[in-house]
Design a protein around this ligand. Structure first.
Ligand code: MLT
Length: 262
């Protein structure tokens, strides 16, 4: 691919979930380069990134990502977030609407947490700081992926376990505290005007598909798809089907841009 062609690809910002890192997007980095310019950073504190304060609000992560895109000279991107990444994608859209060319909301929701979940998040922060990341990763792992994936995809299960175990307690604590205080963003959904793809699966145990259906009903013109045989991490569990949907979406965003520029 020549330099000129590369510059025409749509920037695709991939925002990872909790408590994960940029490597969860490996199948998209490998599979979508011909239609997009995928960018998958580690959120602050996670993966190979730097230190984190005691709390990271969803808007703080969004500011970091905005600074990154600016540094890269990117004016507009398709913003794709999974789960916590989706909470951040909505915060990004709220703060920097003119930078969003399209939105992909995977296994996520616009609602805030009930009191019980808030308390559980604060307990998670305390537990990991006192006893280490593995104290939460074992239980979470079990609910993250489908039985089908557990039985058939040792590559995915190994990757997921390694990824969860290597995250710093301070990063997990800061993100947990930030998620606990995130606002309900349901009200902004009706005013979203950028093309929006919503991805879920029937077997998602962490964020039920009904949350995606509600967002789909609220966001004008949005598209809702279910990825078969997957739990909460369909981009890793069935990357072929996930990439196919994302590819179609990116091509349609590209065509829309072309028409607008014509
Ligand atoms: C995630 O996958 O990012 C988490 O399940 C989000 C959450 O805990 O709400």
């Amino acid at each position: 691919m020549t330099y000129g062609q590369q510059e025409k690809r749509i920037p695709l910002l991939l925002i990872h979930g909790f408590p994960l890192d940029r490597t969860m997007w490996r199948p998209q980095l490998e599979g979508l380069r011909d239609v997009a310019r995928p960018i998958a950073p580690d959120l602050r504190g996670f993966g190979d990134s730097g230190d984190t304060p005691d709390i990271m609000n969803m808007g703080d992560y969004a500011s970091d990502l905005h600074a990154l895109l600016r540094t890269m000279g990117i004016q507009q991107a398709v913003i794709c977030g999974l789960s916590m990444g989706g909470y951040i994608a909505l915060a990004f859209l709220q703060k920097y609407p003119s930078m969003v060319q399209g939105l992909v909301l995977c296994h996520t929701k616009a609602t805030d947490d009930p009191e019980e979940t808030r308390k559980a998040r604060l307990l998670t922060a305390k537990t990991v700081l006192e006893s280490g990341s593995s104290k939460i990763s074992v239980g979470l792992y079990d609910r993250m992926i489908s039985e089908h994936t557990k039985q058939t995809r040792v590559d995915v299960t190994d990757h997921l376990k390694r990824m969860m175990d290597r995250q710093e307690p301070a990063a997990i604590a800061a993100a947990s505290r930030g998620m606990a205080v995130r606002p309900d963003r349901t009200d902004m959904l009706a005013s979203i005007t950028v093309p929006t793809l919503i991805i879920t699966s029937e077997q998602d145990q962490l964020i039920p598909a009904s949350e995606s259906t509600s967002m789909h009903e609220a966001i004008p013109g949005s598209t809702l798809v279910q990825i078969p045989d997957t739990g909460h991490l369909s981009n890793m569990e069935n990357s072929d089907a996930f990439n196919e949907q994302l590819r179609l979406f990116l091509l349609s965003v590209g065509r829309r841009q072309h028409l607008q520029n014509a």
